[in-house]
Write a protein that binds this ligand. Structure first.
Ligand SMILES: NC(=O)c1ccc[n+]([C@@H]2O[C@H](COP(=O)([O-])OP(=O)(O)OC[C@H]3O[C@@H](n4cnc5c(N)ncnc54)[C@H](OP(=O)(O)O)[C@@H]3O)[C@@H](O)[C@H]2O)c1
Length: 332
């Protein structure tokens, strides 16, 4: 039976590299690229077909940050396909990032220096805003739109005939210190990206608790530091080129500087070929690159997650889902 795989944020970076790797592994896949910009989606599809001429690559319009778009895309997906094997929740944004140069130099001469390079904890802040649904944009894009998509696709994801998988592209910047259960949208803080990624780690755990018995398994991964549009939004590309030799040096100690989208997609690809029952729901699967950059591998690392809080988050998201659905109905 051919597998159906849906990838959000497939138009560039890690998502596009993942699609290429999946088609190399399984040429019979039905791959659906879910993208907000159809021009970029078409370009991604053409690039994939250039190297995989017989591949089946479909496009789906999805702005994961818009409730209406998520609901419409899910309807379209269910009308087109009668199953889903993998749902890669990879789309993500980090708008208006600010790099704290002072904190960076302070960290550089501290004992915490390696951890600072790995997690960027305390170095990155963003300016978030409300979107047209009245939700914080980063929360809506990185977490809630994906949650709504899962909820909409549940009839396919929880099909009794076979297991289905969800894989979240999280981050090592997912920090407990940035998340508050009283402010899950992070309307009052300056680290919405970190908060949204920490929330996705917790949601994955809750999904496993609620859905494993229905054949649905969720995993979380971290791509490491990868040069993509997202990182070029933090600091300009010339800066990254300048510090590349330093990053090669640091890679000897951390292995998390994967740098290329291909390397960053390592754990996403590795999870594709694993038996879901063998995976640890409390682990984050990291894409890593060996010290000299010669080879890639995947390593699980335990997440700093509170079970009880993940349950509260899950019920808060269910409550919010009811509200946004009601708002959507009122618009009709
Ligand atoms: N790069 C890193 O070092 C790094 C590290 C840790 C985690 N990550 C995570 O990796 C994932 C992929 O990011 P990337 O680094 O590959 O950056 P990227 O090249 O900017 O890719 C982000 C993807 O998400 C899509 N996207 C953004 N907002 C969307 C929306 N509202 N609806 C649908 N699609 C949307 C983008 O589409 P457009 O083409 O339309 O913009 C793009 O395809 C993200 O979740 C990011 O947080 C990246």
């Amino acid at each position: 039976m051919e597998k159906v795989v849906l990838v959000t944020g497939a138009s560039s970076g890690i998502g596009l590299a993942l699609c290429d790797r999946l088609l190399t592994t399984d040429s019979r896949l039905r791959l659906c690229l879910a993208c907000r910009n159809m021009q970029r989606a078409e370009a991604a599809r053409s690039a994939l077909l250039t190297s995989h001429s017989n591949a089946r690559v479909d496009l789906l319009h999805l702005d994961v940050g818009s409730v209406q778009s998520v609901l419409a895309a899910a309807q379209e997906f269910k009308a087109r396909y009668n199953r889903i094997d993998f749902l890669y929740l990879n789309a993500g944004i980090m708008p208006n990032p600010q790099f704290d140069v002072k904190a960076f130099f302070k960290g550089l001469f501290s004992r915490n220096v390696i951890n600072m390079f790995v997690t960027a904890e305390g170095l990155l802040t963003q300016q978030d805003r409300l979107n047209s649904d009245g939700l914080q944009e980063v929360f809506a894009t990185n977490l809630f739109g994906h949650f709504l998509l899962i909820r909409e696709l549940e009839p396919l994801l929880c099909e009794a005939a076979h297991t289905s998988r969800i894989v979240w592209t999280s981050s090592s910047n997912a920090c407990r210190s940035a998340f508050s259960i009283e402010d899950v949208q992070h309307g009052n803080g300056m680290e919405p990206y970190s908060s949204s990624k920490y929330a996705s780690d917790m949601l994955s755990l809750a999904l496993n608790r609620h859905k494993n018995s229905q054949g649905l398994f969720s995993s979380v991964m971290c791509p490491g530091l990868v040069m993509t549009n997202l990182t070029y939004g933090i600091l300009p590309s010339f800066f990254w080129i300048l510090v590349t030799p330093i990053m090669w040096l640091i890679r000897i100690f951390t292995n998390t500087f994967t740098l290329t989208p291909y390397n960053g997609a390592e754990a996403l690809h590795w999870l594709f070929v694993q038996n879901p029952e063998s995976l640890d729901p409390r682990a984050k699967y990291h894409s890593l690159t060996s010290g000299l950059g010669a080879w890639n591998y995947t390593q699980p690392r335990q997440m700093d997650i509170d079970e009880e809080m993940s349950e509260v988050l899950y019920s808060k998201l269910l409550d919010l889902e009811k509200v946004v659905r009601k708002n959507e109905c009122e618009k009709c």
